[in-house]
Ligand binder design. Structure first.
Ligand code: C2E
Ligand code: MG
Ligand code: MG
Ligand code: MG
Length: 286
């Protein structure tokens, strides 16, 4: 690929020689390394799933969000912010998502068998999956294999889903609804598409982005925007969830203004499956 970079640089002409920089090479190298290492990890079960609880206003756990985790033998932990974009560009997002869904559904089925009140498991779906793959068929197949009820599953999608082929996206989301799954709009308040999709798409939940939660207790403008977002979600009949809640002042403010559920370090970081077992056992004992 160094040759490719050299070729590109030449093609752009001598005056654009800055294209061929060590920095660009380093970034390209890292991507190739991550891609190659991801292929190995996918073949060898190297991706794990951690779970972050969501709680209601009484701080009872209502569900957990599955978040992919990867620790490379030499490089150490690699965060989703680094490997998800590579997975999305290379098509590895499908096998990665299937690995996360399989683990999360199996865990969800176990938790729901072991406790009285139902627990919902949420999984993040990248927009790319809506364009190329039979994602509905894959999800339906994994529900059948694990025995988990569709009622216990929520799919978190971002606004980027609505930037592509809207008709196709609507069809897929309706198919998911027909299976009985819930749909959540993730990172609400960070996107740039029109609000019209809130009417067109069958969403159950709106997750207010962390950027509208951080400093909500200190910055009047952040507070105004967060209140408007919550009020918009509630008036449309959605369940409103706040993400990235880190302190009690944020929790209280958001609860006061109508937020239904909360997620963030105040309540729990994402933790391994076994730690959720313990958390649920403690809650059951109360
Ligand atoms: P997200 O879906 O919005 O998940 C929330 C992220 O915020 C997680 O980061 C979580 O660890 C972090 N977080 C939760 N509470 C707090 C808090 O109180 N403070 C702060 N500072 N951070 C908090 P994580 O696990 O690094 O994931 C980052 C993003 O990567 C996720 O954002 C999601 O978009 C993506 N991602 C993770 N796993 C998957 C996956 O299996 N599939 C897909 N498509 N995307 C994934
Ligand atoms: Mg999410
Ligand atoms: Mg989010
Ligand atoms: Mg986010």
């Amino acid at each position: 690929h160094a040759d490719v970079a050299m070729y590109e640089a030449k093609k752009r002409g001598r005056n654009n020689f800055q294209f061929f920089t060590p920095e660009l090479n380093r970034v390209a190298d890292e991507r190739l390394n991550i891609e190659a290492a991801m292929r190995v990890a996918l073949d060898t079960g190297g991706f794990e799933v951690h779970y972050q609880p969501k709680v209601d206003r009484a701080r009872r756990v209502t569900g957990v969000e599955a978040l992919a985790r990867w620790t490379h033998k030499e490089l150490g932990p690699i965060t989703p912010d680094r490997f998800i974009p590579v997975a999305e560009e290379t098509g590895l997002i499908l096998p990665l998502t299937l690995a996360v869904l399989r683990q999360a559904f199996a865990a969800g089925q176990r938790w729901n068998r072991e406790r009285q009140s139902p627990l919902r498991v949420a999984v993040n779906l990248s927009a790319q999956l809506f364009l190329t793959d039979d994602i509905v068929g894959h999800v339906a197949g994994l529900l059948e294999q694990t025995g988990l009820s569709a009622r216990q599953v929520e799919l978190e999608i971002t606004e980027t889903v609505f930037l592509g082929d809207n008709d196709r996206a609507v069809t897929i989301l309706r198919d998911f609804k027909a299976l009985g799954l819930s749909l959540a709009m993730d990172d609400f308040g960070t996107g740039y598409s029109s609000l019209g999709y809130l009417r067109r798409f069958p969403l159950d939940t709106m997750k207010i982005d962390r950027s509208l939660v951080t400093d909500v207790e200190r910055e009047p403008e952040v507070a105004m925007i967060a209140r408007a977002a919550i009020s918009l979600g509630k008036s449309l009949g959605k369940t409103v969830v706040a993400e990235g809640v880190e302190n009690a002042a944020q929790f209280d403010f958001l609860a006061l203004h109508g937020c239904d559920e909360f997620q963030g370090y105040l309540l729990s970081r994402p933790v391994p499956e076994a730690a959720i077992d313990e958390l649920l056992a403690q809650h059951a004992a109360i």
